[in-house]
Design a protein around this ligand. Structure first.
Ligand SMILES: [Zn+2]
Length: 271
């Protein structure tokens, strides 16, 4: 069975704010349309290493993307390369490090910010390079890509929560409100996505500590939410998932044969 998939990676969204502040997503869970799971992110709890982990299923110490300054293309099979090999269409509205990992490195803003190239792993990209790029603009970018190109796999990657955490700390109203704002933005788009049959995963790379940063093993840095929405999921909120299983799970939803770590128990058995 083949479904279209949207992956939303809300950068820097820790478990507590993702659990407490996202009333729309929680309402979807209460109504049986979604489920919320807790992931313990791989280490180090840093962005670029965990983008690679989420999008390839390979943890940082194995991929070699072990800090944020490793500027090179990924050498792993990614969800983008798997989808392209299967003839599927890919798109991303994301931070420029995603373009560097899967399309071209280093990032050249004039060349890469707006990407439309059928031969690249991410065929349709709208990339940004300032951490305070507004989340509402980013979701509009993503929706524009979705409507214009009808991708099978779409990555949406807002940075506002992480940016608020670095400025004000993980235990701040500004950080928590940035999470709440993402819940509101998702409520503007998710009903349409689900009505069109998309399977949607909303998660994060890592959390944020009270020292305005992340990278280590504190629960605030390491524990992140994973909301699953769509008819292909069984919505068993007791199911345990790992961050390394997201790539394989998405590949399975897309109907791609793969050898990535996966978690088929979270899917409806009819698939
Ligand atoms: Zn950060």
């Amino acid at each position: 069975m083949r479904s279209k998939v949207i992956l939303v990676v809300i950068d820097g969204l820790g478990w507590q704010s993702g659990h407490d502040g996202m009333g729309y997503l929680q309402g979807m869970c209460a109504a049986g349309y979604a489920s919320l799971h807790q992931l313990r992110c791989e280490l180090p709890s840093l962005s670029r290493p965990l983008y690679e982990c989420i999008l390839t299923g390979v943890p940082p110490v194995e991929s070699g993307i072990v800090h944020n300054d490793v500027v090179r293309l990924s050498t792993e099979q990614s969800i983008f390369s798997l989808a392209r090999a299967a003839g599927l269409k890919t798109a991303a509205a994301a931070y420029h490090w995603i373009s560097e990992l899967y399309n071209r490195a280093p990032y050249n803003a004039v060349r890469d910010r707006l990407t439309d190239d059928e031969t690249l792993p991410i065929q349709h990209g709208l990339f940004y390079h300032l951490d305070h790029y507004p989340d509402d603009h980013l979701y509009i970018d993503a929706e524009l890509l979705r409507r214009r190109h009808d991708p099978d796999f779409l990555l949406i990657h807002p940075m506002g929560v992480d940016d608020a955490g670095h400025r004000f700390g993980g235990d701040s109203p500004q950080y928590r409100n940035a999470a709440r704002y993402n819940d509101k933005l998702l409520s503007q788009y998710l009903p349409q996505w689900l009505a069109e049959g998309y399977q949607v995963l909303v998660s994060s790379d890592h959390g944020m500590n009270a020292d305005h940063t992340h990278g280590g093993v504190q629960p605030e840095e390491r524990l992140v939410p994973l909301y699953l929405l769509g008819t292909r999921f069984c919505h068993d909120s007791t199911a345990q998932l790992r961050q390394t299983e997201l790539c394989g799970l998405i590949a399975s939803l897309l109907g791609i044969t793969h050898d990535k770590p996966d978690n088929p128990a979270i899917l409806q058995t009819a698939a």
